[in-house]
Design a binder for this molecule. Structure first.
Ligand SMILES: Cc1cc2nc3c(=O)[nH]c(=O)nc-3n(C[C@H](O)[C@H](O)[C@H](O)COP(=O)(O)OP(=O)(O)OC[C@H]3O[C@@H](n4cnc5c(N)ncnc54)[C@H](O)[C@@H]3O)c2cc1C
Length: 324
């Protein structure tokens, strides 16, 4: 029986991360097809109810390491490596996100395993998992199989949807002796970045801000517009790299993938690496002073002009229409 092990990240209030829940549901579906079980690893202060509640998403078992801190990759690698070596797991599946990437990479090195990252789908062929990974700037899909077990699969953010199926998981407490190097880093404080409190993956309206906003302060315009629309603010990598906005809001190849009802791009050129993260938005509206900006090639509505003049007027008009 080749099971699939998932890491389930939680915040300080004990809420599990949506991508982790999605990975558990995906693992449960796939495990059923290869004749195995899905299980999850949790660390830190997770109550019996919260741990067994992961059964509602398809986990048959939850391995809990209470003394291991949440949020640091290496100690979690220790836990997962132990659980995999002592049980019959053919695969480890991660739902994406920075910590998932770091743990997945560490686990790959520790186990000498094969890894596929940025996976958007997983299928079964001849009783084994095959990961689908977009390549060549998302223009093609590569099928990646594993020659040996365990195989490590790291999903792209939002690749797997949580599915509540009912049920309760058996909770197994595990004692893990951490590797020497795993105790070198200490968690001083966990916090949310500005912008990360709004879950941009779930927002129906996103105002994306790019270098055209001119400076960090320019994001106030984007925030005011997003507020007036009841939406959230997203960003390009250029502005994240410049320190204008937090990474949590980055859309694109090396950021998040979103599909809101409306994506309003302000001062964004529309580079392919940005496009791949937002091209599935239902409606794309772009404001750019350059009529030849590539973003207009895939926008439903384009406004050519200076965003510093247009955005405040648009915000005012929306507020007036809403009577606020
Ligand atoms: C491996 C790799 C991965 C990458 N991953 C990502 C990723 O995940 N996400 C991402 O976004 N990028 C990513 N990039 C970077 C990407 O190639 C672009 O550099 C980036 O998206 C450009 O950001 P931008 O549109 O904000 O800036 P720019 O390309 O500089 O565009 C700014 C736009 O604003 C317009 N503008 C300027 N002033 C005004 C004004 N006053 N009013 C209206 N319009 C104005 C300009 O005409 C221009 O079109 C990646 C690149 C590489 C190589």
């Amino acid at each position: 029986m080749a099971g699939i092990l998932v890491y389930a990240l939680h915040d300080d209030e004990g809420n599990f991360n949506k991508n982790s829940l999605g990975a558990i549901s995906e693992a449960a579906k796939l495990a059923g097809e290869i004749g195995g079980e899905a299980a999850a690893v949790v660390v830190g202060d997770v109550s019996d109810d919260a741990a067994s509640g992961l059964g509602n998403y398809g986990a048959a078992k939850v391995y809990r390491a209470k003394d291991v801190p949440e949020g640091l990759a290496q100690p979690i690698v220790d836990v997962m490596a132990k659980v995999i070596s002592e049980n019959d797991f053919g695969y480890a599946l991660f739902g994406g996100g920075l910590l998932g990437f770091e743990i997945g990479a560490g686990l790959t090195a520790r186990l000498g395993a094969g890894v596929t990252m940025e996976v958007t789908d997983v299928k079964v062929a001849d009783g084994k998992l095959v990961a689908e990974r977009p390549i060549l700037q998302d223009s093609q899909i590569a099928d990646v199989g594993y020659v040996e077990e365990p195989g490590i699969i790291i999903g792209r953010l939002n690749a797997f949807d949580p599915n509540e199926s009912g049920g309760s998981a058996e909770v197994v407490d595990v004692d893990v002796e951490l590797s020497e190097w795993s105790s070198k880093a200490k968690m001083v404080e966990r916090g949310e970045q500005r912008g990360a409190d709004v879950n941009i993956e779930d927002a129906e309206i996103l105002v994306g801000g790019g270098r055209g906003l001119g400076a960090k302060e320019g994001f106030e315009l984007a925030e005011q517009l997003a507020d007036s629309l009841g939406g959230a603010v997203a960003a390009t990598r250029a502005v994240v790299d410049a320190g204008w906005y937090p990474y949590a809001a980055q859309i694109g190849q090396t950021g998040k993938t979103v599909a809101p009802k409306l994506y309003l791009a302000a001062g964004i050129s529309g580079a392919i690496q940005h496009k791949v993260g937002m091209q599935n938005s239902e409606n794309i509206l772009a404001i750019n002073k350059d009529p030849n900006a590539p973003i207009f090639e895939f926008s439903d509505l384009g406004v050519v002009g200076d965003l510093h003049k247009i955005v405040p007027k648009l915000t005012e008009a929306i507020k007036a229409k809403k009577g606020s």
